[in-house]
Design a protein. Sequence first.
Length: 67
Amino acid sequence: MPVKKKLSYETILDELEEARSIALRNESPTAAISASLGKAKVMALLGDKKDKSADTESYKQIMVEFV
């Protein structure tokens, strides 16, 4: 029986970074971009939920810097 790994924001970010690294090694820009966008989305979820407009602005800034 396989051992279940506890899912957390940290493990999700680690997995996305691993996928991004593999995509870059394999010269797959679309997959690398997808993993980077996934990381940006997870990071936006980690922000302070009391001020949704700040989260939205942070996400927009991440996207602007990425592009």
